[in-house]
Design a protein around this ligand. Structure first.
Ligand code: ADE
Length: 261
């Protein structure tokens, strides 16, 4: 069971997403558990204050450290009373870029995964210093808070838990698990606005279809994300498919790569 503990000022942002599709199914099957906690419940003062003005002045508000530290302590105590531990993640544009290998690590995480959703202009630095969380960025842009990144982490990790998706093969075959982009997919009808489906896909020749798909995946990766091919070990088959693509003029110069074996 993959367990998340979300610390947020906006608990209502989670339910609509968690109540649909695979995340709903994962929870119903007992493979995924997401506990949402409102940080405001951990504020102790009369006004339930969770943010305050920054020392040194400046615009905006800063999230106070104590409610967050109290919330994490509460989750930790809860986990420890069950013989479990916690791992804390803080989504922030200052973090390490999220990758599929990090997501894979999370999917196999035996500890409860606490995701601390920041807001406003920032979070009191002592939260970082006290908790030393994994700082994770979705990319070089700024969101209003950590809630959407938290949902992205939950979604990406949950789908790797065996049983959450219908067809386990779809996880094995997909892009990034193997660092290749996906081959193009088609479904009925056989023609739309004069655009047909590649003949090979209608041929029923499984081996020819497999090779075509592999070649298309290599081509797409070469054209869109050549960085994913750099220093890759190619099988003899991949090497041959890349040669074919080059001979057909579908990819340009040979890419710098090493042959396998
Ligand atoms: N919080 C705000 N922007 C973010 C980003 N790009 N990634 C992760 N967390 C964030």
């Amino acid at each position: 069971m993959l367990r998340f503990e979300i610390l947020t000022l906006f608990p209502g942002m989670f339910e609509p997403v968690l109540a649909h599709s695979m995340l709903k199914r994962g929870q119903e099957k007992g493979l995924l558990h997401v506990h949402i906690r409102n940080l405001r419940d951990f504020a102790t003062d009369r006004h339930k204050m969770v943010d305050d003005t920054p020392y040194g002045g400046g615009a905006g508000m800063v999230m106070k450290a104590e409610p967050i530290l109290r919330a994490v302590a509460s989750v930790r105590a809860d986990a420890q009373s069950n013989g479990e531990d916690i791992r804390v993640i803080f989504p922030t544009p200052q973090g390490r870029r999220l990758t599929q290998s990090y997501v894979q690590e999370l999917a196999g995480e035996p500890r409860r995964i606490v995701i601390l959703c920041g807001h406003y202009e920032g979070v009191d630095e002592r939260v970082r210093l006290a908790l030393n969380p994994d700082e994770v960025s979705l990319g070089d842009y700024v969101l209003t808070g950590g809630e959407l990144p938290a949902l992205v982490l939950i979604d990406a990790a949950a789908r790797l838990v065996p049983g959450v998706l219908g067809d386990p093969q779809s996880v094995v075959e997909e892009s990034f698990s193997e660092s290749l982009l996906e081959y193009p997919q088609y479904t009925k009808p056989a023609e739309i606005e004069g655009i047909g489906v590649p003949d090979v896909l209608l041929s029923g020749h499984h081996e020819a279809i497999r090779l075509w798909r592999r070649k298309q995946a290599l081509r797409s990766t070469y054209l869109r994300r050549p960085d994913l091919l750099r220093d890759r070990l190619f099988t003899e088959e991949d090497r041959r498919l890349l040669d074919e693509l080059m001979n057909e003029g579908l990819v340009a110069a040979p890419i710098s790569c090493r042959e396998e074996g």
